[in-house]
Structure formats: structure tokens, C-alpha cells
Design a protein around this ligand. Structure first.
Ligand SMILES: Nc1ncnc2c1ncn2[C@@H]1O[C@H](COP(=O)(O)OP(=O)(O)OP(=O)(O)O)[C@@H](O)[C@H]1O
Ligand SMILES: [Mg+2]
Length: 231
């Protein structure tokens, strides 16, 4: 379980995240919604050790991780796929996956087969240099790299961003399949309709704060969510 309490984060004088509380239960898929600039990425970056919070705590399965260095956060079991993907452009698909395997807690080469089963496109392109692949393929590889670390908690920032609808479907089918297997997931997504169709629980952020939370059914009926995200 991931528990975030009273998390605040700033960029100089800009208070991007102000006292955020959220919880992702083990084996659940939790979504964080919000419009541009609401503070979603800053929340995720603070959780993942890429941005040092001003205050608050981030607890993963009983361990405080908010002030750990990035590689220690990964070793504690949290894998983050940032906005804009992170693949090593000059390396091939299989080299990218192997490299991430070393960063994890329990490097396991068999994970590669699991990732190729999840994303057959990656299997077809295993010898291809990552930098020459489409945005969708790079997103799949970025998720694959995160999975190579065998995360307890997978954290994804807008995996659908900039992708064609057919590719968004493939990426979401994979997210749903991972969730069914019991992978715990925290997902930031702009497309509320898709997000609410797959999640167990959701939070809505506005100006650095959580303003609404609930089950997908509750959120779909919430007037603010309806107006801002589903109309
Ligand atoms: N590197 C930065 N330096 C300064 N201000 C930043 C930086 N990154 C984000 N901000 C500001 O912090 C606030 C929250 O930004 P953040 O990127 O967390 O929002 P977001 O919800 O992820 O938005 P989006 O939907 O556009 O990805 C915004 O006001 C943004 O301008
Ligand atoms: Mg963002």
C-alpha cells in the first residue's frame, strides 16, 4: 500500500502541491485526475523521488520513501514512468529492458518474456533502437522498463499523452491486464472517461489540492467531475 500524507511541494515561490493525502491500496488501480497545471506530475515526481517535497510523507508498504534517493526508491519497490517517457534512445528494446532489470530489487531475465507477451509490438521490435520507434512503442517500452524492476507499485504519468486512439487502447489494455494480475497502480490521466472505466478509486486535483475523491461511480455522478472532465 502507498500512503501519501500532507504532501506539499514547490518550485521556488510556486506552491504546486498543497497538503495532498492519497492512498493506493495493494492490488488496486487508483487514478489521479485534474486539469493542466493542477499539480499531478509534481505529486507523482515527489512520490517517486524526483522532486524533494517541502513537507509531508510518502509511505510504501511501511517504509518512508519521500526522502530517499531515486535508486533507493526504485529498490523499495516503486517504479515511475514519467510524462514524456524515459527510454535510452541509442539502445535497442532488449538492451533498454536489460538495463532496467539491473536497477530492480530482484533482477529476473524471465520478466522480459512477460513484457513481450504484454506488448507483442516490443517483441517484434526487440532489435530496434528505441529512439527510432513511434511514440506509442516508446511508451510501451517505458512501461516495460518500469516492470523490469518488479515494482510493488507502478506509477504512470499520462501514458496516453500524444498517442493515436488505437495505441491508447493497446496501452490501456496492458494496464488493465496488469491490474487483473494484481499489480498495484497509481495513474495520472487526462482522459477521465478512460480513467474512470478502468480504476477502482479516483482523486481529482485542483490548484495543488485534492478536491474530490471516490469510486468511479461516485466520481461519474459528481457535478464538478461531470462538468470539468466528462462533458
Ligand atoms: N519545473 C518547474 N518549474 C517551475 N514551475 C513548475 C515546474 N513544473 C511545474 N511547475 C508549475 O507547477 C504547477 C503544477 O504543475 P504540474 O506539472 O505538476 O501539473 P500537472 O497537473 O501535471 O499538469 P499537466 O496536466 O499540464 O501535466 C503549475 O503551476 C506549473 O506551472
Ligand atoms: Mg503533468
Amino acid at each position: 500500500m502507498l500512503t501519501v500524507s500532507k504532501l506539499s511541494a514547490s518550485y521556488g515561490a510556486i506552491q504546486a502541491v498543497r497538503g495532498v493525502d492519497l492512498e493506493v491500496k495493494a492490488r488496486s488501480l487508483c487514478v489521479l485526475l485534474g486539469s493542466n497545471g493542477a499539480g499531478k506530475s509534481t505529486t507523482l515526481r515527489s512520490i517517486a523521488g524526483l522532486h524533494r517535497p517541502v513537507s509531508g510523507s510518502v509511505n510504501l508498504a511501511g517504509q518512508e520513501i519521500s526522502r530517499l534517493s531515486l535508486h533507493r526508491v526504485v529498490r523499495s519497490g516503486l517504479a515511475f514512468v514519467p510524462e514524456g517517457r524515459m527510454v535510452v534512445a541509442p539502445l535497442t528494446v532488449e538492451e533498454n529492458l536489460a538495463l532496467s532489470g539491473f536497477a530492480g530489487r530482484n533482477a529476473d531475465p524471465r520478466l522480459v518474456d512477460k513484457i513481450y507477451a504484454l506488448f507483442p509490438r516490443l517483441a517484434e521490435r526487440r532489435k530496434q533502437k528505441a529512439g527510432l520507434m513511434s511514440g506509442g512503442e516508446q511508451q510501451m517500452l517505458a512501461i516495460g522498463r518500469a516492470l523490469m524492476t518488479k515494482p510493488q507499485m507502478l506509477v504512470l504519468d499520462e501514458p496516453s499523452m500524444g498517442l493515436a486512439p488505437a495505441i491508447v487502447d493497446l496501452v490501456f489494455q496492458a494496464i488493465v491486464a496488469l491490474h487483473k494480475e494484481g499489480q498495484s497502480i497509481l495513474l495520472v490521466e487526462q482522459n477521465a472517461a478512460i480513467a474512470l472505466s478502468v480504476c477502482d478509486y479516483g482523486y481529482v486535483m485542483r490548484r495543488g489540492q485534492i478536491v474530490v475523491q471516490g469510486t468511479p461511480e461516485e466520481l461519474r455522478q459528481n457535478p464538478e467531475v461531470l462538468e470539468a472532465y466528462l462533458s
